[in-house]
Ligand binder design. Structure first.
Ligand SMILES: Nc1ncnc2c1ncn2[C@@H]1O[C@H](COP(=O)(O)OP(=O)(O)OP(=O)(O)O)[C@@H](O)[C@H]1O
Length: 600
């Protein structure tokens, strides 16, 4: 399957350019509603970082007072009080700051999640065909998580470290210029080293994430196609395939861990080396009487804090870059063009069709397979209220015809008209409200039978649901369940039989009350009793509606108004069952013979 740009493993690395930052800043529109909380949080962050910087100064001061240094106007008791007040202020400010950032990140990211979901669910079918949805969802989930971390912790920490770093350096430059110069001499090396490492580690982290997404793909795909796995007894094959992938994830993760560890070693060695060197230099200054012990303690404490903040900056910088990369992918999805605007649903003009359908030399290729023309100038028409059937060999294009009527794809040539107007001229939501499809393989949502039927008309009353279930011949089995309509259908409806699922799908369609009905007849035959129940339900459903039936078994379409025989994207025969059966060597008869004659 073709991969989208968003999943390309060869994505360009995030480089901090002005444009990138500008683009990434667009994600801030999600926190605009909470900007006051965010702004206030930033002010508090500034305050709490600065008050934190008072502690080393006070520690040094206490030592000097205790040592009876000259010129001290305050005693230890006073310092104790100041310390207590600073601690309380620091505690209160930090609490508020963390809570404010939590409000911004929780609410802002919830908005991002909602916007992403809204965009995904309104994307055209082609989007889902081109994307590996599992991979896309897993990647988006982790991207949103990164953004969440950025807003809740990383951004604040990054700023806090910068404030500490700048304030610390300025303060030290005033207090002990010579020692400060010595300390600052080691900084550029550490920073350049950290940046070089950070970039490399980011690349490894991305590779690891991609490996993980691949292994999740196997998990998703095999769970979804579990029946295929089992019927082919491929459990061992899949286990080995998954195991191999996981091994690669472990390999990649360990490589990532080794480099991360080395990164830490690099920073720790440099910083501690520098720290001991400074203590040594400071001790000489104390010995020669150029510095008090209190000032040395203060200096070392500040240096440790500054060192810590530089180490932290490297990590937070890497994380922020990751978050910027994440915003890029999120924005890519948000910038995609949706096919429907769900916000406008309520306003979509309720357009009730008569149900006249006309295909006029329709040419079509699937966007994911542009080299194969599936429909080759296909034309036919259906009058309002008529029932027509599409028959033909597998791959002839029957399902495609129906999907085009649902406007899942655009045409490359010709026109499809409903009630005399090209279908593309209608509002897509209003248009689709007139259609219902009963698919071959009914997939129900994991809730109750009631929820599944009401899916055809959200907000339907109990009476409407029951009546629809009755008309769909589903009431007898539903009322037979101890919990009736509240019976849970299990994931994808697995707790119901094929025939039961189909009748629920029919009830759903009855509730929707569409002008145009699309039936994809189940290929697997039901037992005679279910089949009759389903067929009767379908007959009720089709009454008074234009119906297009994709027929796999010719026995079920004897009464339809027109049968179109499709072959290789064209109509090669049309007429009623009686007319077509009369053509001895006709395509319909050949198909019928294939179906009814016992295989030799
Ligand atoms: N989503 C898709 N992307 C690309 N090609 C597709 C897609 N769906 C169907 N095709 C191709 O289009 C052609 C027509 O398929 P279609 O499903 O319309 O046939 P059909 O007559 O309904 O067959 P069947 O009776 O087996 O369901 C086939 O060659 C198929 O491989």
């Amino acid at each position: 399957m073709a991969r989208r740009k968003t999943q390309d493993p060869e994505q360009p690395k995030v480089k901090l350019t002005k444009e990138k930052l500008k683009d990434a800043a667009r994600i801030f529109r999600f926190i605009r509603p909470y900007r006051f909380a965010f702004g206030f949080g930033l002010v508090l962050l500034f305050l709490s970082s600065l008050t934190f910087m008072v502690f080393p100064y006070l520690s040094g001061l206490m030592v000097d007072i205790a040592q009876g240094e000259q010129g001290m106007e305050i005693d230890l008791g006073d310092v104790g009080w100041i310390l207590a007040i600073v601690l309380v202020v620091q505690g209160g400010v930090s609490y508020l700051r963390i809570y404010l950032f939590a409000i911004v990140s929780e609410k802002g990211i919830a908005d991002v999640r909602r916007a992403l979901y809204e965009k995904l669910i309104t994307m055209p079918m082609t989007f889902f065909e081109e994307s590996r949805v599992g991979e896309l969802v897993s990647r988006l989930t982790s991207d949103v998580e990164k953004l969440y971390n950025a807003f809740s912790i990383t951004l604040a920490e990054f700023l806090r470290q910068i404030i500490i770093l700048v304030a610390g350096i300025i303060f030290l430059a005033f207090r002990a210029p010579t020692l400060s110069l010595i300390m600052l001499g080691t900084f550029p090396v550490v920073i350049i080293g950290a940046m070089f490492f950070g970039r490399f580690i980011r690349k490894l982290s991305k590779e690891r994430q991609e490996e993980l997404a691949e292994s999740n793909n196997i998990l998703n795909e095999t769970m979804q196609a579990i029946q295929a796995v089992k019927s082919f007894t491929n459990e061992l094959f899949e286990s080995l395939r998954y195991g191999k992938r996981i091994e690669r994830v472990v390999g990649m993760s360990l490589k990532y861990a080794r480099w991360r560890a080395l990164f830490t070693v690099f920073i720790v060695t440099f910083l501690f080396g520098a720290l001991f060197f400074i203590i040594w230099q400071g001790a000489s200054l104390v010995q020669s009487g150029e510095m008090t012990v209190g000032l040395l303690i203060e200096f070392v404490a500040y240096t440790a804090i500054i060192g810590g903040s530089i180490a932290g900056l490297g990590n937070f910088y890497t994380e922020l870059l990751g978050a910027i990369g994440a915003t890029e992918r999120i924005r890519e999805i948000l910038d995609e063009t949706a096919e429907v605007s769900i916000r406008a649903h309520g306003e979509a003009p309720a357009h009730s069709f008569e149900g006249r359908i006309a295909y006029e030399s329709v040419h079509f290729r699937y966007p994911t397979r542009p080299d194969i023309e599936v429909l080759k100038g296909l034309s036919f028409s259906v009058e309002p209220g008529q029932k027509v059937a599409l028959v033909g060999t597998s791959g002839a294009g029957k399902s495609t015809i129906v999907q085009l009527l649902l406007r899942y794809y655009g045409l490359q040539g010709g026109e499809i008209k409903v009630d005399g107007q090209p279908i593309s001229s209608y509002d897509i939501t209003a248009y689709r409200k007139n259609m219902a499809i009963v698919p071959q393989e009914v997939i129900l949502f994991g809730g109750s039978i009631r929820e599944n039927i009401a899916y055809g008309k959200p907000g339907a009353t109990e009476e409407e649901i029951t009546e629809a279930a009755r008309q769909a011949n589903a009431w007898s089995f539903i009322s037979g369940f101890p919990e009736g309509l509240d019976t849970l259908v299990g994931e994808r409806g697995v707790k119901l039989s094929g025939g039961q699922r189909q009748r629920i799908a029919i009830a759903r369609a009855i509730l929707k009350d569409p002008a145009i009905l699309l039936l994809d007849e189940a290929t697997s035959s039901l037992d005679a009793e279910s089949e009759k129940a389903v067929q009767d339900a379908l007959n009720t459903l089709m009454e008074g509606r234009t119906s297009i039936i994709i027929a796999h078994r010719l026995a079920t379409i004897r009464d339809v108004d027109q049968i179109f025989v499709i072959d290789d994207g064209r109509i090669i025969e049309q007429g009623t069952h009686t007319e077509l059966s009369a053509r001895e060597d006709g395509a319909y008869n050949t198909l019928a013979k294939l179906q009814f004659e016992p295989i030799q």
